[in-house]
Design a protein around this ligand. Structure first.
Ligand code: KIV
Length: 267
């Protein structure tokens, strides 16, 4: 229980209540140290299953496991105090049945202490979302480009660029909102469709805020989608720092007296 004067961590209902208000700031984090840096600026920190591609160099998010998500979810919770931490449910941990989804979500909430989970899928996940929400699991939904369905989608492509294709996306967004999701990520969706869905559904959607993968906006990812703005380019700075270190170690210029421990004066 929080004591007087402590800053309270944001909750799913707080984010839900931001619909139409101040835009929601969200970024991904997978570690305690980046979570600490993000926490004072972000409303939501997502422990995305993109960690499989970003941290582990996998081609897709499909091999990511529940244990991987829980390990990094715990790290992000340790590093943050203010933001709502949402942990992604990885492929294969929730689709088989609503009971499977509940068991996996319960592990995530118990073992990380996070405030919500995220699942990919629209209408096909609506019954599961309702089941989870009724049992006290706040759910962020995710429609549009759903990377866990990459083998069916055929590639990481923008969605809904032809208005003739909008029907299923609208049905998906309405279904997850009606099922009780507190928010929905609209990934890589044509802007007019995303704007329309944000207007139409009562829960917070992408256009009530923005979410990016941290490493993408820091310039650490080799290739980024069009929707990413690189706010800095840390890659060359890290490269230079590591090259300087390697050169100094090889030439014995590092360490110097200021970096080593002398003996105690009494010895
Ligand atoms: O896994 C992830 O990082 C995500 C965001 C891109 C929304 O799902």
């Amino acid at each position: 229980m929080s004591t007087h004067g402590e800053q309270r961590r944001l909750t799913a209902p707080d984010i839900r209540a931001r619909k139409g208000g101040e835009p929601i700031v969200a970024l991904t984090s997978y570690h305690a140290h980046t979570a600490r840096l993000l926490d004072k600026h972000c409303d939501v920190i997502l422990v995305g299953d993109s960690l499989g591609m970003v941290m582990h160099g996998l081609e897709t998010t499909l091999p990511v496991t529940l244990d991987m998500m829980i390990l990094q979810g715990r790290a992000v919770m340790r590093g943050s105090q203010h933001a709502l931490v949402v942990v992604d449910m990885p492929f294969g941990s929730y689709e088989a049945s609503k009971e499977q989804a509940f068991m996996s979500a319960a592990r995530v909430l118990k073992e990380t202490g996070c405030g919500a989970i995220k699942v990919e899928g629209g209408r096909r996940m609506a019954e599961t979302i309702a089941f989870l929400v009724e049992r006290g699991v706040p759910v962020m939904a995710h429609v549009g480009l759903t990377p866990q369905a990459i083998n069916s989608l055929g590639g990481f492509r923008a969605q809904g660029r032809d208005p003739a294709d909008w029907g299923p996306f609208e049905e998906d967004a309405r279904a997850v909102a009606a099922a009780g999701a507190f928010s929905v990520v609209l990934e890589a969706m044509a802007e007019p469709l995303a704007a329309r869905l944000t207007r139409e559904i009562a829960i917070s959607a992408a256009c009530d805020g923005q979410i990016l993968v941290l490493e993408d906006m820091l310039g650490l990812s080799a290739r980024v989608p069009k929707f990413v703005k690189r706010y800095t380019d840390l890659g060359p700075s890290i490269d230079k720092a590591v090259a300087d270190y390697a050169r100094e170690v090889r030439s014995r210029a590092f360490p110097t007296a200021e970096h080593v421990y002398p003996l105690k004066k009494t010895v």
